[in-house]
Design a protein around this ligand. Structure first.
Ligand SMILES: [Zn+2]
Length: 419
């Protein structure tokens, strides 16, 4: 863990990541937090933890919602061990994703599909099975190695405009470029978009999936805000960004990944591919929603403090009655929720997670021990807070026995309820 006296561990931006405007307004503060994936070992518990402000800003010019405190990557991905293919739901999602893209654009897919932030090849594997020529790019060396061993050619590096010349020399231009969730995790949007513009064939299609800001605002998913998520995307600011690279959006699909996402299809502006009706519908809906008005965001910002109050009151009341409470899913979301609501090991005995890399460690900022889900059957609680609420239905189905024994679940978002 870093020394707290070193303030350079995060950078404070003063202009918008898309348009460069300085007309930015803070609309939500989730206080000072430890980065979401910085799980602690027992030895690290006594040391001072690195924390940074978690504040959300609105750009009055292009309407991008963004963080301005950019935490140094070394604090975020240093112990990053997320293997997408270990999640059956993600595997299924990306199989459908590959099928959708391949069916729409078979010749482009056969030319070359490049996935930026390809992880262990979770998307490229089904593309390859369909007959596409594939190439992965991912900065995590350990994960890229696994992908290569499994037959998905993967370059262990960050993608950016300076890499494209060599890539084109070696592989030719890309018919399809995909990127999933990476565009929310970067403060180098321009470097990526400039690279994509160069790398993409003139008939090519750039397909990317990101969480959708409107879903976050509508369903009060403030726990999706953490230091790793720098940008919160919507179609209006994305259109602005693509225009800067003479690109346009030709279609959008609303998905249910991570509490609500959008799969965006973009091409060069001069492409003859037709623009689907969905594009204007999204833009009109965002306008109607008030995505371009600060007042919309200020209204949203009133909701997280209410969750904090309701959830802490609920838990304290249960504690007074001598109830045992645990949490389910030590995800990044859980880190934000627990830190913001100031819920620690005095309230929650433990938090379960199926990732063995997290078990035996402690949650950032709140220091709750992380254990394997089987512990639920040994040290059975009275209440389980489903911090991974986006999988609530699956979790409650898998842990049916708990309800049959008289246990109850708490779903914290959009507002806390006992089920
Ligand atoms: Zn802007």
């Amino acid at each position: 863990m870093a020394s707290p006296k070193n303030k350079k561990l995060y950078l404070l931006n003063n202009k918008c990541l898309i348009c460069g405007s300085k007309k930015l307004s803070k609309y939500l503060s989730l206080e000072i937090q430890a980065p979401a994936n910085s799980y602690l070992t027992k030895a690290q518990l006594n040391k001072k933890e690195f924390k940074a402000p978690l504040e959300v800003y609105f750009c009055h010019n292009c309407n991008l919602t963004q963080l301005l405190h950019i935490v140094d990557r070394s604090h975020i991905y240093s112990d990053y061990a997320y293997f997408s293919s270990t999640s059956p739901m993600l595997v299924k999602h990306f199989e459908e994703y590959a099928k959708e893209v391949f069916t729409r654009f078979p010749s482009q897919s056969k030319q070359l599909v490049v996935d930026i932030g390809s992880n262990d090849g979770v998307l490229l594997k089904p593309f390859k099975r369909l007959g596409a020529r594939v190439l992965g790019i991912d900065p995590a060396k350990n994960i890229a190695k696994i992908a290569n061993e499994q037959g998905i050619e993967t370059i262990a590096d960050f993608f950016g405009k300076d890499k494209v010349e060599n890539l084109i020399k070696k592989y030719g231009k890309a018919g399809i470029i995909t990127s999933n969730n990476t565009l929310a995790h970067t403060d180098a949007l321009h470097n990526i978009f400039e690279g994509v513009k160069e790398f993409l064939d003139e008939k090519g299609v750039f397909v990317f999936e990101v969480q959708y800001l409107l879903d976050l605002l509508t369903h009060n998913e403030f726990d999706n805000i953490y230091h790793e998520h720098i940008c919160f995307h919507a179609i209006t600011p994305l259109t602005y960004l693509l225009k800067m690279y003479r690109m346009k959006i030709i279609d959008i699909i609303h998905t249910d990944t991570h509490g609500g996402g959008i799969m965006v299809f973009a091409t060069h502006s001069r492409s003859s591919l037709t623009i689907a009706k969905a594009v204007n519908k999204f833009l009109e809906n965002e306008k109607r929603f008030g995505l371009d008005k600060l007042s919309t965001y200020k209204k949203f910002a009133k909701r997280p403090p209410i969750v904090k109050k309701q959830l802490t009151n609920m838990l304290l009341d249960l504690k007074k009655k001598g109830k045992k409470i645990v949490a389910y899913g030590a995800s990044a979301k859980a880190t934000t929720l627990l830190q913001y609501c100031d819920i620690g090991p005095d309230v929650i005995d433990y938090i379960t997670d199926s990732a063995s890399s997290k078990q035996g460690k402690f949650t950032p900022g709140t220091h709750i021990p992380i254990v394997a889900p089987d512990v639920l059957k040994i040290k059975t609680p009275d209440f389980i807070i489903i911090t991974a609420w986006n999988y609530a239905d699956n979790i409650m189905e898998n842990e049916k026995w708990f309800k049959e024994k008289g246990g109850k679940f708490i779903i914290p978002i959009p507002e806390p309820k006992i089920v």
